[in-house]
Write a protein that binds this ligand. Structure first.
Ligand code: BMA
Length: 375
């Protein structure tokens, strides 16, 4: 009941924001909202506003590749491990572009299916986010091939043309993301993630600060200004083990959402303490910059602690509800019985996940639907 009241409240606020904007005609980007893309579509601005509003009330639950596969199933229409455990789809849907240009992603999902599910998720009321483990442009190896490549793909580099071709492939992929009203589906785009680690070719030891920020800025300008893409919200997401969050930050003009990826490991209590401090720091920074904070990737591989969802995510956020404001939490993919981050029927964390789902702070797709008439 409490949860419904909360959602009605969020709905009313969102509804009044929407009406204000409509009343002011086509000039949808109000002075308080300064997206990276000054020509962002109305629908994209609406999603950004929702994220901003939601972060003050609770947080959306997200899951990577949720509609594509789960434990013991692959590409079965309508299925979702999350839904099969708690009764609702997640509210945020994560997708991966690695291997773009081929038929299937590096996680073997057909790109045409990803496009179909992005549209479906949006039409159901969900929000989509895309990451991209791009192949190494110098060797054609994968993202974990650490051969230096960033300087090669920047303007003047010998692989610059190849890089532009990759971004054009993204534009082609993106062109198909259109809803039944003919509107481009807004997408949270999260390129060049975990760059403060050195496990990807765009990581810290493989390019300078100047090269990294130039890479980010070129990506945004090329997509926005040359390829005319206006349905993107740009998310910055270093790995959670950062010392200096903004060390490689490309600048406020190039980032809409501030996030980080945080994976829990053994010594959970210690991880939770560090995690909590970092979320408080992130919230403060987002507030100072008038941006929205997110937990762009998270999880505890295999969920070895059956109470991880409440212990590591819900309780720290609730215990610090005046200091932690994040729009969403995205758990990573359910690849197999070892590599999974959301529960599935029969998993030891099922009961705890239902508690997590029923809490007033967590917002799943069903919760959005209940309030949908106000959105
Ligand atoms: C990693 C792992 C990999 C996967 C990649 C991209 O964290 O899950 O198995 O290929 O993400 O989704």
């Amino acid at each position: 009941m409490q949860k419904i009241v909360l959602l009605l409240l969020i709905g009313l606020i969102a509804y009044s924001c929407k009406n204000n904007r409509t009343a002011k005609g086509d000039n949808l980007q109000e002075s308080s909202i300064t997206l990276v893309d000054k020509n962002a579509s109305a629908e994209t601005i609406t999603i950004y506003n929702k994220l901003k509003e939601i972060s003050t009330k609770g947080f959306l639950y997200g899951h990577q590749d949720d509609l594509a596969y789960g434990i013991n199933w692959w590409n079965e229409e309508g299925r979702s491990d999350v839904k099969e455990v708690c009764g609702s789809y997640p509210a945020v849907f994560g997708w991966e572009l690695g291997n773009l240009g081929n038929e299937r992603s590096l996680d073997s999902v057909k790109f045409t299916n990803i496009q179909k599910w992005i549209i479906k998720a949006y039409e159901m009321g969900g929000i989509n986010t895309i990451s991209w483990h791009m192949i190494n442009p110098v060797t054609m190896g994968n993202s974990w091939d650490k051969t230096k490549a960033v300087s090669n793909i920047l303007q003047g580099g010998d692989k610059h043309h190849f890089f532009k071709e990759q971004l054009k492939k993204f534009a082609d992929f993106n062109k198909v993301l259109v809803d039944k009203n003919g509107k481009a589906v807004p997408v949270i785009f999260r390129p060049w993630h975990e760059h403060n680690g050195s496990w990807f070719w765009w990581g810290k030891e493989h390019c300078s600060i100047e090269e990294y920020t130039a890479l980010w800025k070129f990506t945004v300008s090329y997509l926005r200004d040359s390829l005319n893409i206006h349905n993107l919200i740009y998310a910055y997401s270093p790995d959670g083990q950062f010392d200096d969050y903004t060390e490689r930050y490309p600048g406020d003009d190039y980032v809409d959402l501030l996030g980080f990826d945080y994976y829990f490991r053994a010594n959970l209590d210690q991880s939770i303490r560090t995690f909590t401090k970092k979320l408080i720091m992130l919230t403060d920074l987002a507030k100072a910059k008038n941006k929205v904070a997110i937990l762009s990737e998270t999880g505890y591989e295999g969920i070895p602690d059956p109470e991880w969802h409440t212990k590591a995510i819900l309780t720290p956020i609730k215990n610090n509800q005046n200091r932690i404001k994040i729009a969403y939490v995205l758990t990573w993919r359910n690849a197999n019985k070892k590599h999974h981050y959301a529960p599935y029927p029969g998993h030891a964390s099922e009961k705890d996940f239902k508690t997590f789902y029923n809490d007033t702070s967590t917002i799943f797709l069903n919760d959005i639907k209940e309030a949908s008439k106000f959105f």
